[in-house]
Structure formats: structure tokens, C-alpha cells
Design a binder for this molecule. Structure first.
Ligand SMILES: *Cc1c(COP(=O)(O)O)cnc(C)c1O
Length: 355
């Protein structure tokens, strides 16, 4: 606390990101980064963009990137909003679409930034419980609200909501915006983007951080009807006109020109994930049926907090959330086959010692 802080700042509870160790010796399975490098074309484009033009401001609309993304989804540029990571877009969207008074609804177990943004803007919010298997129950959202936000697949549970359920929510809540945060959609879920044409209340948010191996570049985008995109632009242009720098725009554009790289790396991660599911089950772990690049696991014999600490001693970082309902679970990012072998060996050893 400081006497110099505003009352708003004093009341904040900021998000705590996963650990980013300085030295490179840890096996990093804690922040859902992609274990494979980005496309070589992305790196080339960034090198090419690092020239004297850096003296100039970037295109405030990111028109070329927006056009590239629009083309990929059969939409127009007016359907695309670009942001400095999808976290920034989420922050703008909370301000653009949700009002004080009625609560914003999101699952009780979900991405913890949602409650942080709600608090930042003084919005009331209500947790909507997942069922026993950590599935979203759409019927539970039939309460007065100022909007709904869901990750699909959900995080950290990795569970996917069928498209029909999203369609039903959109049809039931036509007066408010439904945000579907599809940070992990490229790893096997069914995207809601095709529903945009029919539902003016749908905003879908994507990121280049996970499936496109570009967490360090900070690029995300939202897709929705022009009305919603204009709302986001109003907030953005009341805040910072140049949220994406020249290098990020160049790199992101190149990423969309190498879809083969996306297909290959996501296919590899999905294969590794399915093998890891079987191997972890073999060690007695229980887990949700992940369609993401991470696994949400629990062990009947050894507490997750203990596993988390012991793995760390073995040089393996995973994510542990000391929160109601999930404080006996670990979220484990799917790494390379070699990293998953190290994880399995360490877990085998830890389970032997702890039993
Ligand atoms: C990783 C993640 C994000 C943030 O992605 P950035 O584009 O890197 O800001 C947003 N939502 C969910 C659910 C995530 O897991």
C-alpha cells in the first residue's frame, strides 16, 4: 500500500502470471507456451521489418494483418480487431460490452484474468458452477446478466463445450454479448467463428501465443460483427492508438502465410497429448478429456501441492492453483515428447517415494 495510490489502484487484485525462470535449465510446462519454434517465415519477416522505418508509427489499424486474418476466416476486415495479446482485447471487451448493475457471468473455475478485469472496471460478476466433471452447464447461465464470457476449451480444465451449446446460449442471451475466448481452439475444439454471421452478440477471441508459438510477440485478434468491432475500437482509441508495433504486425502477418507450420506443430502436440494421457492414466492419474495443449490432472494417492513441489525439485515447472475445487489438480502444458518423457520419469519416481 502507498499513500500515492488512487483508491482504484489500492483496491486492485492483480493477476499473477506463471513463473518465467531466467535461466534456461527448467523444463517449462507451466504457462501453455508452444514447445516448438515459430515459423521461419515469421522470424524472417521480423528481421526484414527491423529497419529504419522503425522511426515511423505503425499502421494504427493493422490493415494488412486484419485483411490476412479476415481472408483466413472468410470474413471482411470490418469483422477483425487486433490487440497486444488477447489479454488486452479481453480488457477492452470488458469495458466495451459489460455494464455495472447486472453481473458478468463466467464459470467458477476458469481463466483468472476475468475476475481481475471485472474488478478493475468495478463490474459485478457471478461465478457459474461447472458440473462435477468440470463441464459448463449452459442452463445455469439463465440468470439476469450484463454479458457472458467463456473460454472454449475452458482453462485450466481443458474441457470443450460443443458448438450447439454455444448456439443455444447466443439465442437465449440476444440482449448481451457472449465472448468466447478460443485461446486453445486450434488443438481440437470446434470454433464458434462460423456462428458470427448469424449472431451479432458473438465475439470470438483468438491468440497467436499458443498454437502459433508467438507468446513473446503479443498478438491477439477478435472476430465479430462490425458493431462489436467498432465498440472495441472506441475503447482502444481512447487508450492507445498503436497497440501493435511494426515488428509484431510483420511477424503476425507472416504467421498467417504459413498455415502448414500451424498444422504440423498442432498435430504434433495433439499426438504427444494423447500419448501423455495414456501414460499418466497408467500412473494412476485421473484427468479431463483435454482438447487443449495442456492436461488437467489429479492423483488419488498424492496431493497436487506435493507433486508440484517435488516436480519443481526435479527441474520441472507445472501450474498449481491453490483455489477452491481445483487445489488438488495440476495443469500440465504438453511439451515435446522428450519433455513429457522427463515428466513421466520424474512422476514415477515421486509417486514411488510418496506412497
Ligand atoms: C493464454 C490465454 C490468453 C492470453 O493470451 P495472450 O494472447 O498471450 O494474451 C487468454 N485467454 C486464455 C484462456 C488463455 O489461456
Amino acid at each position: 500500500m502507498s499513500k500515492y495510490w488512487s483508491t482504484t489502484t489500492s483496491a486492485l487484485t492483480p493477476y499473477i502470471p506463471g513463473e518465467q525462470p531466467i535461466e534456461g535449465s527448467m523444463v517449462k510446462l507451466n504457462t501453455n507456451e508452444n514447445p516448438y519454434p515459430p515459423s521461419e517465415r515469421v522470424l524472417e519477416a521480423i528481421r526484414r521489418a527491423a529497419d529504419s522505418k522503425l522511426r515511423l508509427y505503425p499502421d494504427p489499424h493493422g490493415s494488412r494483418l486484419a485483411a490476412e486474418i479476415a481472408g483466413r476466416f472468410g470474413l471482411s476486415q470490418q469483422h477483425i480487431f487486433l490487440g497486444n495479446g488477447s489479454d488486452e482485447i479481453l480488457a477492452f471487451a470488458f469495458q466495451a460490452f459489460f455494464d455495472r448493475g447486472l453481473p458478468v457471468l463466467f464459470p467458477d473455475v476458469t481463466y483468472s484474468f476475468y475476475s481481475v478485469y471485472a474488478n478493475l472496471y468495478g463490474l459485478s460478476h457471478a461465478p457459474v458452477p461447472l458440473d462435477e466433471q468440470f463441464r459448463i452447464k449452459t442452463g445455469a447461465y439463465s440468470i439476469p446478466n450484463s454479458g457472458i464470457i467463456l473460454p472454449n476449451p475452458n482453462a485450466p480444465t481443458a474441457v470443450c463445450l460443443p458448438l450447439e451449446d454455444i448456439r443455444r446460449l447466443l439465442a437465449q442471451h440476444t440482449e448481451h454479448v457472449l465472448i468466447v475466448d478460443e485461446a486453445y481452439i486450434d488443438f481440437g475444439g470446434e470454433s464458434a467463428v462460423p456462428l458470427i454471421a448469424d449472431y451479432p452478440n458473438l465475439l470470438v477471441i483468438h491468440t497467436l501465443s499458443k498454437s502459433r508459438s508467438l507468446a513473446g510477440l503479443r498478438v491477439g485478434y477478435a472476430l465479430g460483427q462490425p458493431e462489436l468491432i467498432e465498440g472495441l475500437n472506441r475503447v482502444k482509441n481512447s487508450f492507445n492508438s498503436y497497440t501493435l508495433d511494426r515488428l509484431a504486425l510483420a511477424g503476425a502477418e507472416a504467421s498467417f502465410q504459413d498455415e502448414a507450420h500451424l498444422r504440423e506443430t498442432t498435430a504434433r502436440i495433439i499426438r504427444t497429448r494423447e500419448t501423455a494421457k495414456m501414460q499418466l492414466a497408467g500412473l494412476g492419474f485421473q484427468m479431463t478429456d483435454s482438447t487443449a495443449n495442456f492436461l488437467f490432472v489429479t492423483h488419488p494417492a498424492v496431493a497436487a501441492a506435493v507433486l508440484f513441489r517435488r516436480l519443481r525439485e526435479h527441474g520441472i515447472l507445472v501450474r498449481y492453483f491453490d483455489k477452491p475445487r481445483i487445489d488438488n489438480h495440476l495443469r500440465i502444458t504438453v511439451g515435446t515428447d522428450a519433455e513429457m518423457r522427463l515428466l513421466l520419469e520424474a512422476l514415477k519416481e515421486i509417486l514411488q517415494a510418496e506412497k
